[in-house]
Design a binder for this molecule. Structure first.
Ligand SMILES: [Zn+2]
Length: 690
């Protein structure tokens, strides 16, 4: 959707139905921008962006120094403004607060601005091209799908939002300018989570969903259709309501400085944050600021318990995650309980008689995760029919055994709880890709380090390779008749930097879940390894998929997704037992990869096959199972798929079948133990076919 200039009016803020939390969060940050932005989480089709775009129309227009591209306030111009020092009586103009959208594929130059090196070199002037941070000054900066934005850019963004300034420090040039804006990010959690460190830096979070109430839905549709039929008339009908909201924002801003935060409420906030076991003090500060903004918004003089409650609901959910695989959420019941706990501590400082030595200990203040991650806790696994003794170093909380109910022939049972996850070693796809930014394999990127200079391409002038350009121009200076300062530069001299960074990949796990693998200790080790690799994939921004094979055939347990938490949840549903259709597993993986190649062609796959190499089910009757498996491996190699074989064979007698398979697939072989980054001696045994 484009902003489309003024031709088509925006859907009015006041006309939005439902989304109370979202509207309130936006209004409160508009009142008090230092709250630090709003993160809106929700699935597609929930009109998140309509509401956000409507906000900009409520923000007051402000006087701005005429022609200043950095939006200086004439009453208080930025002394470091790159457009020069504005004189005290500089002419000014009113400028509307704008909504600037940061596209997910934006470069650092686009965000931060860049030096116009072409002009600098040829005309000898210091010309700076402002970026989106400058454009967003005194307005709204909106990032749709902020979870897909490169981490590096999210850092820049949040730094600027927190400081109200942008700093540009590169190519030997250092400048800074004011960049005070309301930051709003939207994301669909199903498409991948934001890293917890970044999550914490957003002031408020709101979860949005489509209304379940029929009357509400009817009203949403009715207004949407009316707007689409006659946008201008529709907008005109809501103009007065929007103007009233805008006036209320202004009034609340003016009242902010006079709102009182009583000690009782401050203590309530501190007790709440303590009960939620949030990290650091950011949560307390944001909650306090939001409570003050809410009081100002109500037109009240003092912050009350209700202000704190509203603030906590918006400021705390994303700060109490204990693990990247937990959903950030905070329901009303939980909040009530925590508020009740906090109420006991919110009064005046208790005297020693009354002091309760116990920390608030409701189910809100979950203990920190045990080190073995989301599956930890629960009694040790009991003995089982698999013959192997239960592992002693791990816990499992198993649902009741549900034998034989899963698809496929042969007995089936839930997989044992994964063994303790470890920090996985880096597995990469060979070569240099061009995939989405990530942290796995080498790739051409726009943010990585410069590896060489190349002839200019007209779209890349911003990323000029200065030394290479000067070197290209230098030999021609006399011929071009240079007399004065400034290089005589032609477009043909321009060289751009070729950068290399890391990309995320599609890591497709193909897991043998058959009876041959189901000795419980071994299966625990295998799913522990997959869990470790999944966590690794989460950090490296990979997509992941999960194919398992056992019994009669292969199953796509999880189609490729960016949501690693979903993969972890699916892994818990893994069932084991039955025979070993290894070839089917590989062929299924091959089909999944072929489909993904069409969908997301730049994302290079890495197939991680966890197997002991044994195959007992052929692709069709009469075939030799092992020969089928080797043929399937050869097909994958023929497709150019990068594969790593994790050899899960254990026990005194080893057949080395996994290594044979790996040789055909052109894949390195590692043992489960060697997957750990801590395993110093675990050198990957290359088993490449000649
Ligand atoms: Zn200026």
């Amino acid at each position: 959707m484009s902003l489309g200039g003024s031709a088509r009016p925006l859907f009015p803020f006041s006309a939005v139905v439902g989304h109370e939390d979202l509207r309130l969060a936006l209004l409160l940050t508009a009142v008090h921008p230092v709250i630090g932005g709003v993160l809106v989480r929700g699935e597609k089709g929930t009109a998140k962006s309509t509401v956000v775009r409507a906000l900009a129309a409520l923000l007051p227009s402000r006087r701005t120094v005429l022609d200043c591209r950095f939006g200086c306030d004439p009453a208080d111009p930025d002394p470091d403004c790159p457009d020069g020092q504005h004189p005290p009586e500089a002419p000014s103009e009113p400028r509307r607060s704008r909504l600037i959208e940061l596209p997910v594929g934006a470069t650092e130059d686009r965000l931060n601005g860049s030096l116009d090196l072409e002009r600098a070199l040829s005309e000898g002037v210091r010309a700076y091209q402002p970026g989106l941070l400058a454009a967003a000054h005194r307005g709204v900066l909106y990032v749709d799908e902020v979870n897909l934005l490169h981490d590096h850019l999210v850092d820049l963004l949040l730094d600027a939002a927190a400081m109200g300034r942008a700093h540009v420090e590169r190519d030997g040039v250092s400048l800074s300018h004011a960049a005070s804006f309301l930051l709003v990010g939207t994301m669909n959690p199903e498409e991948g989570e934001l890293r917890p460190q970044l999550l914490d830096r957003f002031g408020l979070t709101v979860q949005v969903a489509a209304a379940r109430d029929v009357d509400l839905r009817v009203e949403v549709i009715r207004r949407r259709l009316a707007f689409e039929a006659a946008p201008a008339e529709f907008a005109a009908g809501w103009r007065a309501a929007d103007a009233e909201l805008a006036a209320r924002i202004l009034a609340a801003r003016e009242r902010l400085g006079t709102v009182l935060l009583p000690d009782t409420e401050l203590r309530r906030i501190a007790a709440l944050c303590a009960a939620f076991e949030v990290d650091g003090m950011r949560a307390d500060l944001v909650t306090a600021r939001t409570a003050v903004a809410h009081a100002a918004w109500r037109g009240a003089r003092d912050v009350t318990e209700e202000d704190v409650r509203v603030a906590a609901r918006l400021a705390l959910p994303h700060r109490r995650r204990r693990d990247p695989f937990d959903e950030p959420e905070l329901d009303d019941k939980a909040l009530d309980e925590a508020l009740n706990q906090a109420a006991e501590q919110a009064g005046p400082p208790p005297d020693t008689d009354r002091q309760d030595p116990d920390r608030p200990d409701t189910d809100m203040s979950d203990p920190p995760d045990p080190p073995d991650g989301p599956d930890g806790g629960g009694p040790p696994d009991g003995p089982d029919g698999g013959g192997a003794p239960p592992p002693t170093d791990q816990n499992s909380a198993q649902p009741p055994l549900d034998r034989g109910s899963a698809a496929g022939d042969g007995p089936s049972r839930p997989a044992p709880a994964p063994a303790q996850p470890f920090r996985a070693r880096l597995l990469t796809v060979p070569g240099v890709g061009e995939g989405a930014p990530g942290r796995r394999s080498r790739a051409r990127t726009e943010q990585g380090r410069v590896v060489r200079a190349a002839l200019d391409n007209p779209h890349r002038v911003a990323d000029l390779h200065l030394p290479a350009t000067v070197l290209a121009a230098a030999p021609h200076q006399r011929a071009r008749g240079r007399t004065g300062p400034g290089l005589r530069l032609l477009r043909d001299d321009l060289r751009h930097a070729v950068r290399e960074g890391r990309e995320g990949n599609l890591v497709l796990f193909v897991v043998d879940a058959s009876g041959s693998m189901a000795a419980r200790r071994r299966m625990a080790a295998v799913s522990g390894a997959v869990l470790s690799l999944l966590r690794d994939a989460y950090q490296r921004r990979d997509k992941v998929g999960l194919v398992t094979f056992r019994g009669a055939g292969a199953e796509l347990l999880l189609p490729p997704t960016s949501s690693v938490p979903t993969a972890v949840a699916r892994l818990r549903r893994l069932r084991t037992g039955g025979r070993t259709p290894l070839a089917d597993g590989l062929l299924r993986a091959r089909r999944v990869l072929a489909a993904e190649r069409l969908r997301d062609p730049k994302r290079r796959p890495l197939l991680v096959l966890l197997t002991d190499g044994r195959a007992t089910v052929p692709t069709r009757a009469g075939n030799h199972p092992m020969a089928d498996a080797l043929r399937a491996a050869a097909l994958l190699a023929g497709d150019g798929v990068a594969t790593v074989v994790v050899d899960c064979e254990s026990g005194p007698v080893r057949l080395g079948l996994a290594a044979q398979l790996a040789a055909v697939a052109g894949a390195p072989v590692v043992t489960v133990a060697e997957l750990s980054a801590e395993q110093v001696t675990g050198v990957v045994r290359a088993a490449r076919a000649a």
